[in-house]
Write a protein that binds this ligand. Structure first.
Ligand code: ARG
Length: 461
């Protein structure tokens, strides 16, 4: 039997393989809410403009709401023969209400329908992700306030660089996540236009009111060009790109958690709730959640790459390739959402070992810059000379196998005769972080202030 929706000129139905490659219902059924919402708005507009009678539209609306209830209750049977969510719903509507169902598709095509559904779905996804990123920011800012003054090593090249505080480190991620949120918000704002009514590609000869449907669906305005409306997926790409950048941030943090939780670093202990054991090694506590956050970032990037590649060769307007926009997008959003929840959970439960962190902060001559700065400030040495003198002092200490603070004044004066014992005051890690009072620096008072600012800000949004 040929397809009832579009099979007028077909003598037979599709080959089984054709049906399999063509059907999207297995994955696009999750658009059912958006599809019904779009259809209700479209039908109401068709009545308001006199294109359909109010009686027909009442019957259509009642039928659509019935289908909504059926799907909600898990009683709806989706059929591959009906290809996608749009035709599954319309096909079922026809069974429920008969002929009037066929009028719903007046002045509409699946091309503008799917573009509308996808925008509605992506818009909700952006809102949900924003909420979850904000929750992770909150978890980080709360910890940052508590540990504003907890000294830990700061690294460059993963080598000891200068002491920082744990709170400062956590707030770095709060800043990154704030930019992630601003990217999500940007994407939302730009995509908030309604393609419904663009029809197949050229618009329609019916006197539709696109402003009315746009408003009913919560869009800022209708899209301005019908060809563009049905053929672009840049709003999905922007979403995936913002999601990828956010996933990259989570992945870097996850990598740090993996390192920090090793016995060798020992900076943090993850809770039992966010660790796993080994089936052979009884001592193990593995940071699987962090590893998976790191690993899953790749999947999200893959969805972005997949969609960019799928779109790049498509002439205007719609091509069926575009049906491939969905699985990667759904997967990426679901994956990021899970990663955000897991990261927030790990952060909330994480126990830093302040003693271990502080001890590690002093390793590797991490206060050498403080010494050089002291030579500049107190002895008025040019920084380059101070750098050189400090380098030689580090060489002496390192040859003895001790820290800078363990050198005697006499040993220091052999390298630089004008050094006084006041220098010892700047060689401690606490002193070092306290001195970093420049705007954005790691001084505990700064960090506390920033953490409070974030907590206040996050309570507002
Ligand atoms: N399932 C299709 C998709 O997701 C809907 C649009 C189909 N349009 C068409 N002209 N075949 O892209």
């Amino acid at each position: 039997m040929s397809n009832r929706m579009w099979g007028g000129r077909f003598a037979t139905g599709p080959d089984a393989i054709m049906e399999e490659i063509n059907a999207s219902i297995d994955f696009d059924q999750r658009l059912w809410r958006q599809d019904i919402r779009g259809s209700l708005a479209h039908a109401a507009m068709l009545a308001a403009t006199g294109i359909l009678t109010q009686d027909d539209v009442d019957v259509i609306a009642k039928g659509l709401k019935g289908i909504e209830a059926e799907i909600e209750a898990g009683r709806f049977t989706f059929s591959r023969a009906l290809e996608d969510i749009h035709m599954n719903i319309e096909g079922n509507l026809r069974e429920q209400i008969g002929l009037a169902a066929g009028r719903l598709h007046t002045a509409r095509s699946r091309n503008d329908q799917v573009a509308t559904d996808m925008r509605l779905w992506v818009r909700d996804a952006l809102d949900q992700l924003d909420e979850q990123v904000a929750d992770l920011q909150l978890a980080l800012a709360e910890k940052a306030e508590i540990y504003a003054g907890a000294v830990m090593p700061g690294f460059t090249h993963l080598q000891s660089a200068q002491p920082v505080t744990f709170g400062h480190h956590l707030l770095a991620y709060v800043e990154m996540l704030a930019r992630d949120r601003s990217r999500l918000k940007d994407a939302r704002e730009r995509m908030n236009e309604c393609p419904l009514g663009a029809a197949a590609l050229a618009g329609t000869s019916f006197p539709i009111d696109r402003h009315m449907t746009a408003e009913a669906l919560g869009f800022a305005r209708p899209t301005a060009n019908s060809l563009d409306s049905v053929s672009d997926r840049d709003f999905v790409l922007e979403t995936l790109s913002a999601a990828s950048i956010c996933a990259m941030h989570l992945s870097r943090f996850a990598e740090e958690i993996v390192l920090w939780a090793t016995p060798q670093f020992g900076f943090v202990k993850l809770s039992d709730k966010f660790s796993t054991g080994s089936s052979i090694m009884p001592q193990k506590r593995n940071p699987d959640a962090a590893e998976l956050v790191r690993g899953k970032a790749g999947r999200i990037f893959g969805s972005l790459q997949g969609l960019l590649t799928m779109m790049k060769g498509l002439p205007l307007t719609y091509s069926k390739d575009m049906q491939e926009d969905k699985e990667g997008t759904f997967d990426a959003v679901q994956t990021l959402s899970l990663c955000l929840a897991a990261t927030a959970g790990m952060v909330r439960d994480m126990q830093p070992d302040l003693k271990v962190m502080k001890k590690a902060a002093g390793l590797g001559y991490a206060t050498a810059t403080d010494l050089a700065d002291w030579l500049v400030r107190v002895l008025k040495m040019p920084f380059r000379d101070a750098h050189h003198v400090t380098g030689r002092l580090v060489g002496v200490a390192s040859a003895k196998g001790v820290g800078l603070e363990k050198l005697s004044l006499a040993e220091m004066q052999e390298v630089e005769p004008t050094i006084t014992d006041a220098v010892f005051a700047v060689l401690g890690v606490e002193q070092s972080v306290k001195s970093r009072v420049s705007y954005g620096g790691t001084a505990p008072a700064n960090v506390k202030r920033q953490a409070k600012r974030w907590l206040k800000q996050l309570a507002k949004d």
